[in-house]
Design a protein around this ligand. Sequence first.
Ligand code: URA
Ligand code: CA
Length: 435
Amino acid sequence: MRMVDLIAKKRDGCELSSDEIHFMIQGYTEGSIPDYQMSALTMAIFFKGMTEKECADLTMAMVQSGEQIDLSKIKGIKVDKHSTGGVGDTTTLVLGPLVASVGVPVAKMSGRGLGHTGGTIDKLESVKGFHVEIANDEFIELVNQNKIAVIGQSGNLTPADKKLYALRDVTATVDSIPLIASSIMSKKIAAGADAIVLDVKTGAGAFMKSLDDSRKLAKAMVQIGNNVGRKTMAVISDMSQPLGYAIGNALEVKEAIDTLKGKGPKDLTELCVTLGSHMVFLAEKAGSLKEARERLEKAIEEGKALEKFKTFVRSQGGDTSIVDHPEKLPQAKYQVELEAQEDGYVAEMTADEIGTAAMLLGAGRATKESSIDLAAGLVLRKKIGDKVVKGESLVTLYSNFENITEIKEKLNHAITISASKVEAPILLYEEITEP
Ligand code: URA
Ligand code: CA
């Protein structure tokens, strides 16, 4: 087989066979296929697309390019959740303990964040003592015992995806739906998920800005999952503005705790209960979505979800007193209000610009090497559609820098106030499942 023939085949719009896709991914991972040939192929895919079968083959070839996590010693159906980007997205921190509290095993492998805010591990590390450096057997035992544990990303998962993603980044081929879908799904499958719930964000702060593209991405991922034997469904949710109020590591931990107490932001709570219901249903811990939702709502009401969060934090060395004493979480030196400059209604709170402001305060990493300030971030005081009076706070900034004038200017730029009434955006657009 010759790579040049495969490039020509895709250039001419033909379907690559399973053997051809495996040959190409294996050769690229090993280094026998050079970057320039792979670049030509990804550009051909960018223009000609991939069939459903090609996407499934590409996903599995990338899964098989490296290590695969074996979760078979964990009892029950392991359902993983994936959110496609987003700003101030606290869903993982809430969902883990929430679904674990009704018996769904959550074996989470997580990474550190790049950009807007930290990853799940960064967030959890704002709890004193919490650590994710645990051995594989201990991880499995913890999940069997408590139904939830988080471990740091280790080993060599999907090396083909790592190499290919880096190449796409510098060849203007990131924005290809079949390539994005295979990339995301390969990582979930290699991490050992039996079933997958996808939270595909849409809007200004999301990877996919239009609903139509978000729907296409969601469909492509759902098809891949189901074609390779993992029950998969997707929810399309709004990211025109940040989810919840808090953006920043310790601030999001506090927001997650509030949500588990039943006192969280409405949008975050609703999205978590919706995604959670699908997880519970796919894990076969409820006979219907309605029953799944009822179980989760009850777990929040009766304090079981919060109790599970404490057990989880304690088992991984964390100080659980932060649950009742959030002031023990890392605190920023300065707290500054961004005041509304006119009366009206909030019309825009562009999620990615707000995320960038949080990063500049230190809540996220600009590069992989930057350090993170766990206390820094933003808490929104208003959301789209809310009425504001001149002088009222729109956002509270938590900072360890004294001079943040430029960051405040950026935030002002991200927020638009309109004189006339504005509707709040839809939170949940649609659900995509396959028969
Ligand atoms: N996120 C991924 O993991 N892969 C992509 O290709 C794009 C976004
Ligand atoms: Ca949030």
